[in-house]
Design a protein around this ligand. Structure first.
Ligand code: 26Q
Length: 811
């Protein structure tokens, strides 16, 4: 063990003293947090440098996971767990009269991501370190993460997330590893010894400074690195040396300082329709260029031949956001390493792999040529040349017709299509759940699949069971350990041994008791925070995720409104009391999503203040959904709502977190829900609604008419009309856009079509819950099968089937 109780006590007191000049009793909670975190980083620093030197000495292949987002959440607790000193630390602090939880609550979430994609990247880092895979993260050190959400008068208000306002104890600034990234300017072509050489002039030089965060493996000595880049203005001297400014022009350079630093200022929120914003393009190139430069720099220090790069380096790109890695690596290999085009392309192609996280066409990234060319002139030339050769091949080698070529071309109609670039430039393309990958192959990326079938593969997402079970639900974890032993912690599939206990009444009861305790605890927090009294013995029905039309929070709400109508008609209706929880951030510019939040909070107001329904149902919209709130609410859930329009949710990962904590999934056959059903069996999940083929058929051939349903179906009619007839006592225009989308825009996400199936599914859920023994059994079976969705499994597969990396035992 890295430290025992007594050393922790002594070291902690020493830290408080040296950092703040205080005794422990005099220090604030925040100072205690800062001191403890600093101490934990000290404890891990020996293994951190050991890991680095061993990777270097062994010449081991390294994976670099490039992502614009890492939604890490808090690190103190997970670091304590992974170092195996959580218990010692808790006791040490207790003896000093301090509650560990209180200190943990001081840490601000590192919210450097929007949702699933960013959280996946964080889970992957945890798994790579815990498995001993040499894998590192590369991203942006945003000064402001995803906005903080407040609800005022039922509306979402956004507040800047100033997460770095206190010093971040986990990061280490590495000035000696800074690199320069060049934007804009002009490319000069010169012949040197018969070779075409490219240099730049009048560009803007930006200093990229890395901040390294240790990623501590569970119960091993691996400490990998998450490297986040921060944009800074170059010092006068550096700029002069680069011939960027002559002396005397420094004043102008200072003016640019603010514009330079804006590059790593803020994370862009994910919108329903993406707009090609110049600053976002700069962000992408900034971190990709800094990351690739630093990889090449460290690679060259090892004295391997540049032609062998792909044998020692794998670059993985998380969605298309970092796909400029393709032309940037080409640029470095050609312009700086002097390779020929073909060799450079071969190496690039064998180094880069890409994950797709979306199916929706409007979410595919593309950039206007003029904007792109303006800030990345040399990169644009390279993209053009990659495309010229690609298109030439399609024409000559594959005799493809022009229409199809236009669709596949990287540059078309004055836009650069980033997915096409990533597919052509890399050796692997994967989707994030089996259904998603199949849809990519059959539809969205069909032409590419036919051209390069060998590149396509599936890697179903996963979640780290360390954060999402061990840390988030310690009581359940203890119960599991006392029942089947502790092997599952290292081998999560061993959770399957719980299956034997699914009908064991004693075990069922203990698991149910834990859930109840979690619910009681959480209800108290709700009471403190919102002043709302909730019934901890009610069914906790939970839909927490980003707000998107396709995720269909409205479908959930329509069932609630319908239930409310029924209760109004018959207040004695015999139902199990239920609390419906929502939590969701809407992108600030996604107006319809914001209207949906207002609708949820409006329904909440009406229902929660109606005494006549005797508290049988309650609705609660929780503010500011993020990793820390997820860790609290998921262990309390009875029902996990995963109700996206089939074919739209690439995978979902919340679904996995809920099942791992014993919630029953109520879902459409979308994303990874399909595989969850396969794992637990159809009697242990509640499935409803259109399947992906049915949805896609309607989309392709028509045949769906929402207005017709609206006119014919009295129940739907009543619900929808209540939005605009003053029923909820808000101005009639408040929900007009929702109304229009459903009626005039033909209900793009098939809410009406699935409505009655959903209501039936909800009734089925209630019936199962009434048969409580059955419910408890289902819950255990879900936990037992959740090991298959540990990100350790997912990462094993990436490692074997895409990256070809080996585990390294740090000694
Ligand atoms: C793009 C351009 C401009 C601004 C923002 C963006 C942007 C940012 C984030 C676009 C997309 C995202 C994030 C997407 C995302 O989280 N996708 C989810 O990825 C999960 C992990 O694979 C899946 O489980 C979800 O199904 C998928 O929706």
């Amino acid at each position: 063990m890295i430290a025992n109780k007594d050393t922790i006590k002594k070291d902690f007191a020493g830290k408080v003293k040296s950092m703040f000049g205080k005794n422990i009793e005099e220090a604030s909670s925040l100072q205690k947090y800062e001191a403890l975190a600093d101490l934990i980083r000290d404890y891990s620093s020996i293994n951190w440098s050991k890991t680095n030197s061993q990777y270097k000495a062994n010449n081991e292949k390294q994976v670099y996971y490039f992502s614009m987002e890492f939604l890490i959440g808090r690190l103190l607790k997970s670091n304590l767990y992974n170092l195996g000193i959580e218990e010692e630390c808790r006791v040490a602090l207790k003896e000093l009269g301090i509650k560990l939880e209180e200190i943990e609550e001081q840490e601000l979430d590192a919210g450097l991501g929007n949702g699933g994609l960013g959280r996946l990247a964080a889970c992957f880092l945890d798994s790579m370190a815990s498995l001993g895979i040499p894998g590192h993260g590369c991203g942006i050190r945003y000064k402001y993460g995803l906005f903080e959400q407040k609800i005022v008068n039922g509306y979402q208000i956004e507040i800047p997330d100033n997460w770095l306002k206190e010093p971040n104890p986990w990061e280490v600034r590495k000035d000696n590893k800074a690199v320069v990234v060049k934007l804009g300017g002009r490319v000069i072509e010169n012949y040197e010894n018969g070779y075409l050489k490219f240099t730049y002039e009048n560009y803007q030089g930006i200093k990229a400074v890395p901040y390294d965060i240790p990623i501590i493996g569970y119960d091993n000595k691996t400490v990998n690195t998450l490297r986040l880049w921060s944009a800074e203005a170059l010092e006068e001297e550096e700029a002069v040396n680069l011939n960027l400014i002559s002396r005397g022009e420094y004043f102008k350079a200072l003016e640019d300082k603010a514009s330079v630093e804006s590059i790593s200022q803020v994370l862009y929120p994910d919108d329903s329709k993406i707009e090609g914003k110049l600053l976002r393009l700069k962000q992408q190139y900034f971190f990709v260029s800094a990351g690739v430069q630093s990889i090449i720099r460290s690679y060259k220090s090892k004295k391997n031949h540049i032609n062998d790069l792909y044998k020692y380096v794998a670059i993985h790109i998380n969605d298309t956001h970092p796909s400029l890695a393709v032309p940037e690596l080409m640029r470095i290999l050609i312009d700086e390493e002097g390779l020929e085009w073909d060799k450079a392309f071969e190496i690039t192609n064998k180094t880069i792999s890409y994950t797709n996280h979306t199916i929706m066409a409007e979410a595919m990234e593309k950039w206007q040529v003029d904007m792109f060319k303006g800030i990345l002139p040399r990169i644009y030339m390279i993209v053009q040349e990659i495309n010229r050769r690609f298109v030439e091949d399609l024409k000559v080698k594959y005799k493809m017709e022009q229409g199809k070529i236009n669709k596949m071309s990287i540059i078309n109609e004055n836009h650069i299509k980033m997915a096409n670039l990533a597919i052509v430039g890399g050796y692997s393309v994967n989707g994030v759940a089996r259904l998603h990958t199949e849809i990519l192959k059959k539809r969205e990326l069909k032409d590419f699949y036919e051209l390069y079938p060998e590149k396509f593969n599936n890697k179903t997402n996963g979640i780290t069971h360390r954060r999402w079970l061990l840390e988030a639900n310690p009581s359940l974890s203890k119960l599991i350990c006392s029942t089947i032993g502790t092997e599952w912690i290292k081998k999560p599939e061993e959770l399957i041994n719980l299956k034997k206990y699914s009908r064991d009444a004693a075990f069922q009861d203990r698991a149910a008791e834990i859930k109840k305790k979690n619910k009681i605890e959480f209800s108290k927090e709700i009471k403190d925070r919102y002043g709302v009294e909730i019934n901890p013995y009610s069914i906790f029905d939970v839909q927490v995720k980003r707000l998107h039309e396709y995720k269909r929070q409205i479908l959930n709400l329509f069932n609630i409104i319908n239930l409310y109508f029924k209760l109004k008609e018959n207040p004695n209706l015999d139902i199990v009391p239920r609390t419906f929880f929502f939590a969701a951030k809407a992108s600030p510019s996604y107006l319809l999503a914001k209207e949906i939040i207002k609708l949820i909070t409006t329904v909440q107001y009406k229902i929660n203040n109606d005494r006549s329904i005797k508290d049988k149902i309650k609705v609660l919209f929780l503010e500011n959904y993020g990793v820390s709130l997820a860790e609290k609410i998921i262990p309390c859930a009875d029902i996990s709502e995963q109700i996206s329009t089939a074919s739209k949710e690439a995978s979902g990962t919340g679904n996995m977190k809920f099942m791992m904590n014993g919630a029953i999934t109520l879902a459409t056959l979308d994303g990874a829900n399909v595989e969850i059903r396969e794992a637990v069996g159809e009697e242990n999940i509640i499935i409803f609604g259109l399947n992906a083929d049915e949805v896609m058929n309607y989309e392709r051939y028509g045949g769906y008419n929402s207005k017709e349903i609206f006119n014919r179906d009295p129940i739907i009619n009543k619900i929808v009309n209540s939005l605009i007839n003053g029923y909820f006592q808000v101005p009639n225009c408040e929900f007009i856009n929702i109304y229009k989308h459903l009626i005039d825009k033909n209900d793009e996400y098939f809410i009406f079509k699935d409505f009655h199936f959903y209501v039936n599914a909800q009734e089925k859920a209630e019936a199962l819950y009434k048969n409580y023994n059955k419910w408890k059994e289902m819950s255990v079976i879900n936990i037992a099968h959740s090991g298959r969705f540990s990100s350790d499994k997912t990462i094993e597969n990436y490692s074997k089937e895409i990256w070809n990396t080996r585990k390294v035992n740090i000694i």
